[in-house]
Design a protein around this ligand. Sequence first.
Ligand code: FAD
Length: 474
Amino acid sequence: SPAILWFRNDLRLADNPALHAASEGEVLPVYVLDDAAAGRWAAGGAGRWWLHYSLEALAAALKEKGAELLLLRGEAATLIPQLAQKIGASAVHACSLIAPWARERDAAIAKAMEQAGGELVLHNPFLTTPEAIRTGQGKPYSVYTPFANAVMKLGDPPPAIPAPKRLDGVKPPVKGETLAQLGLLPSKPVPDWAAAFNEMWEPGEAGAHRQLDRFLEDALADYPAGRNRPGEDGSSRLSPHLHWGEVSPRQVWHAVRQRKAPATATDTYLKEIVWREFSHSILWHQPELPDKPLHAEYGHFPYRRDPKAQKAWQQGRTGYPIVDAGMRQLWQHGWMHNRVRMIVASVFIKHLLQPWQDGEAWFWDTLVDADLGNNSFNWQWVAGCGADASPFFRVFNPVLQGEKFDADGAYVRTFVPELAKLPDRWLHRPWEAPADVLRGAGVTLGRDYPEPIIDHATGRARALEALATMKAQA
Ligand code: FAD
């Protein structure tokens, strides 16, 4: 009988185990936009932009192989079993998802399929499974290094599965939505906040491979140092492609291994891919990760929610140039450099005492790579309350961070152009610049660019005091 191939976060044809299994006979590929099931973790604004173009690319690629992608909107828990019944499919194939809401939904669909004499078959899109990597005592790891060692010890993963040559597509039994009807793009006539995304990104499988090739060619060899310089293209920028599953971690793994690059570069890079495995494993075992601190005492942390401070941070007007550059990069490109993500999150939580969940929510809406495992894991890491977290008392100094990682100011000058003419010496601390230097650079603080929202020493002392208050309560 025909099979259903249910695409979720695996929008590719090559190395797609669900597609491989479903395409042995006739196949009906389907995508369901199911915001109700996802609730507050439905894709945010930037993610929806990406999804629109990725689905467009996927539909075109499927068509070339002989199958039509059916687009539906609504409750997958009802639509998928109905669809299976309509075409007489006994199996629905999909790649598994880690988000708690999706696992609940899959359990319900599996049950419904079973009652109708069919099955939902889930395939693993990761390098490892959350069940496979366990400590000597059979427990899941809560610390990254031993987890990574265990993954590395497994050696290279099996080879990637090539894309099918042809697909025997089933004609959809119902009329689907058009891509435009899904309404994923920002609606007009408001200014198109995604305008610059088009120059930055090429969503879809072909775009993912072009980006991977570019990284291998230009940046892999110098990755250990290059990845820390936000002013350069030193990292792979594969995060949205990996999140949407346009390329698999296994494909990336093999491509990196096959490249002749220094072993330290290859290893450093593959260990980042393993961070992704780790954060997903933590989400699998601790589904409260997106909402609640994994260390319960942080439930009493005395945050002071302040909408005005949050707005200044979101809009890149904190007066700390590296922070403001990061927040504006996020808005313009839907992406931010990893080093800068750590700095802006630290300032948000520690200097401004804002709840990490609010920062997590802003990233969720504005990142094209917004990923429930990676985003919540990393916010908890910065907030000091997660698995293998950075200790709270280590408060980043945003000036020194800027001077260290953006020493030539290339990053700040790109995203905070009003400071572009300041000499390097003052670029990351404009409020300390002599009046004639500011005048020469055409900057009046408080008019062209804000004074720091809080002085670093004051912010740091206040954060440590808040930590002490929490500890006293615990
Ligand atoms: P590269 O340096 O080229 O790394 C390759 C890949 O490894 C990445 O694409 C990513 O899949 C994985 N990776 C790298 N660093 C991490 C990490 N710290 N944790 C988990 N996986 C990692 N990443 C997301 O994909 N989605 C998110 O929503 C997200 N939110 C974050 C929030 C905060 C506060 C912080 C500090 C980090 C967050 N990250 C997130 C992790 C990291 O910043 C991005 O994965 C990285 O910047 C993406 O750029 P890249 O592809 O060039 O990375």
